[in-house]
Design a protein around this ligand. Structure first.
Ligand code: SAH
Length: 246
């Protein structure tokens, strides 16, 4: 069944109105007709089974047949991703969404080759995230925070129960040491460096802010591989790959 996003404010008693890009997609691209069943996500975890009643003028009226609410993950995983070059941020946004990451904090650090914080990329990234949610059947939409400095993100870390910084020069501590199975944690924030890596001063600041440097193995992974692989391993260790999809 086709999946679309719906603004929760338009959901009334057993009916709702789809507008904007999603309505355009239904009417002009897919040309779906009244009587077609669709699935609607409101981004807050509600999933509506609905039937198209009427289309036209940038609006689609639907009847809601049934609603269920997805339960959240055991632990909220947030990741901090240093600004990467080319299309790598797009890739990271898409894959983090598929892997169930809750919040993505793009940040600038010493060895980032891109340093503009106001590149207005957040809208583009949020659109990529929405598309990924539809594709992977995820009813809650992860948040992409505005680009910040590493120092600000280290301070934000205080709101997370577990703080991790993946460091290519860490030799001994692995994720197994840090997150032994069956230790429940309400939230975790994991940071990934840019193509140029983290320097030791940045790692010292992170340690002072309560972050633990962790290795992903003896091979140096490309930054985007580290984000995707590291997020997948964390989600597994936190028990977030076998709960209801979100
Ligand atoms: N240019 C650096 C590598 C940077 S890799 C060098 O050649 O040393 C980019 C980021 O991916 C790193 O900052 C780190 O966060 C993560 N990463 C890559 N490989 C890793 C590993 N083996 N262990 C931990 N983190 C790793």
């Amino acid at each position: 069944m086709r999946r679309f996003f719906i603004d929760p404010a338009t959901v009334g008693d057993a009916k709702a109105t789809i507008t904007g890009d999603e309505a355009h997609h239904i009417c002009d691209v897919l040309r779906l007709k009244p009587g077609t069943d669709v699935e609607l996500f409101d981004g807050n975890g509600n999933i509506h089974q609905a039937r198209i009643q009427q289309t036209g003028k940038g609006r689609v009226e639907v009847a809601i047949l049934a609603t269920r609410t997805a339960t959240g993950s055991a632990t909220r995983l947030a990741i901090g991703v240093a600004l990467l070059t080319g299309k790598k941020m797009d890739l990271v946004m898409q894959k983090a969404t598929e892997l169930g990451v809750d919040t993505i904090y793009p940040f600038v650090s010493r060895h980032c080759s891109i340093k503009e914080k106001n590149a207005n990329k957040e809208d583009r990234w949020q659109r990529i995230i929405m598309e990924a949610c539809k594709q992977c059947n995820r009813p809650t939409v992860p948040k992409c925070a505005p680009v910040c400095d590493l120092a600000d993100l280290l301070a934000t870390g205080a709101t997370y129960a577990e703080r991790i910084i993946f460091w290519e020069q860490e030799r001994s501590r692995t994720l197994h040491d840090l997150l032994p199975a069956a230790t429940p944690r309400p939230s975790a924030l994991a940071l990934f460096g840019p193509e140029g890596g983290f320097n030791s001063e940045e790692i010292s600041h992170a340690v002072a802010a309560g972050f633990t440097p962790v290795s992903l193995g003896s091979r140096i992974l490309r930054a985007e591989t580290a984000v995707i692989g590291g997020s997948a391993i964390l989600q597994f260790l936190l028990g977030n790959l076998n709960t209801t999809p979100r």
